[in-house]
Write a protein that binds this ligand. Structure first.
Ligand code: AMP
Ligand code: GLY
Length: 434
């Protein structure tokens, strides 16, 4: 098979490295890709959001499948455009991608189908939103832009002043553009967070190994929110009992609800969950693989990924027995100093071999480019360093040991990835591995 992957970050690199293991794959392509990806797939310069451009190269290359990884092309309808040309595509169509593309849609879906989530109100008028906040007077309050906002559309306000400023900046100053025309104000939930990525063909849902993201820029969960500074899998808070509850009250009801709304979801459905005192609740849905969750989840997969993608597209997922390694994985993100604010690019990276790798770990390139056979930084998140081991503690030791061998000017990474998971008493309990 010839497969084209759309996207150019660490998640796409992890998908490509896993596909590269398949004996069924002859040729891998990626657009736009990055320096590290170019060692495993032929890269093109078509942007991930350029629907016509991607359809065109998919036709030119006569690929057997296109894997659309990022949220924006999915929400814009890239899968619909590919299918209209008779090209097989992995990922939800536009109607189904609304589960991430519109928070108002996803919250209303959960309310209609009784799927546990935070209580909320929707506003299309900033004055009414501010009036509501004044009357409600409960803090922290969570304010979310309706549409996509590069993962920055959620503001947790500690008091009325902050909440009011959030509403004004999203709705009046339009810091997220049209994505902020409507907002959701919801109740603040407490508890450990778990990410569960699931394969689904719309009828069957198959959860992957659970994971834990670390979204804040600095140690001890301080600093600004980022796209993710590291991940571990499995997530020790996700016990068998919680997994069973999620399947019954969240996962199956969600795919049934989507089918019922004529928005059958086929692809990878990501559940951002919070384990509250009242049980697991949905914080957010994503219509795609998470980043950097994918960089710990896919390395633990033992089944051929292309067989799973085919089964999702052909709606035969129930025939497949997906296998996972009984191990733990840790991924440390090496970022540019200053990220998620301003940072420099074009800095030379030392410590990588000619394939952009290092022994003992897998290096997933997020923001790198190659010049004269050398790797240079080209983004905020630069590398994801993933290691596997029988124990989470040794996976973390291995990953951090690899991190210490790689360097670039002003490199920044968190030193405490996985500490919360290690400290969790629940680690003593049986971990879930499907
Ligand atoms: P999102 O962009 O939807 O992933 O949200 C970013 C982060 O905001 C989540 O990972 C949570 O940590 C936090 N968050 C979102 N909604 C809530 C909520 N209702 N209560 C508490 N924290 C939340
Ligand atoms: N790691 C969170 C996300 O991919 O949205």
């Amino acid at each position: 098979m010839k497969v084209l992957v759309v996207g150019g970050g660490g998640r796409e690199h992890a998908i490509i490295m896993k596909l590269a293991e398949s004996p069924k794959i002859d040729k891998l392509y990626c657009t736009p890709g990055n320096g590290g990806i170019s060692k495993y797939a032929q890269c093109f310069s078509v942007k991930a959001t350029d629907i016509e451009g991607v359809v065109e190269i998919a036709k030119e290359l006569a690929v057997d499948m296109v894997v659309v990884a990022p949220d924006d092309p999915l929400v814009l309808g890239m899968v619909d455009a590919l299918e209209a040309e008779g090209i097989k595509a992995f990922g939800p169509n536009k109607a189904a991608a609304a589960i991430e593309g519109s928070k108002v849609f996803s919250k209303d879906l959960m309310k209609k189908y009784d799927i546990p989530t935070a209580k909320y109100e929707v506003f299309s008028d900033s004055v009414k939103a501010i009036e509501y906040l004044k009357n409600e007077n409960k803090y922290p309050a969570v304010i979310k832009a309706d549409g996509l906002a590069l993962g920055k559309g959620v503001i947790i306000a500690q008091n009325f002043e902050e909440a009011k400023n959030a509403v004004i900046s999203i709705m009046e100053d339009q810091i997220f553009g049209k994505s902020g025309a409507n907002i959701v104000i919801e109740e603040f939930l407490n508890g450990p967070e778990v990410s569960v990525l699931c394969f689904t063909d719309g009828k069957t849902i198959s959860p992957m190994v659970s994971s834990m993201d670390h979204k804040r820029a600095l140690d001890n969960d301080e600093g600004l929110n980022t796209g993710g500074m590291g991940t571990v899998a499995p997530n020790p808070y996700y016990t068998q009992e919680i997994a069973d509850t999620c399947m019954e009250t969240i996962f199956i009801p969600t795919i049934k609800a989507m089918s019922n709304e004529n928005r059958t979801f086929k692809g990878c459905l990501y559940f951002g969950l919070m384990i509250t005192e009242d049980g697991p609740k949905v914080i957010e849905y994503n219509c795609r693989f998470g980043d950097p969750e994918t960089q710990v989840v896919l390395p633990l997969l033992d089944t051929d990924l292309i067989d799973i993608f085919n089964a999702v597209i052909n709606e035969t997922l129930s025939d497949l027995n997906i296998q996972w390694k009984n191990q733990s994985a840790a991924c440390i993100i090496m970022a540019s100093g200053g990220y998620p604010k301003k940072y420099e690019t074009g800095l030379e990276i030392s410590g990588l071999d000619e394939k952009g790798q290092i022994s003992d770990s897998m290096i997933f390139h997020a923001g790198t480019q190659i010049k004269d056979e050398k790797f240079y930084t080209s983004g905020g998140r630069v590398l994801g360093v993933t290691a596997l081991s029988d124990q989470l503690s040794s996976a973390l030791d291995l990953a951090y040991s690899s991190v210490s061998k790689i360097n670039f000017d002003k490199v920044h990474y968190r030193k405490d990835i996985g500490q919360r998971a290690l400290n969790s008493k629940k680690l003593q309990e049986e971990l879930v591995c499907y």
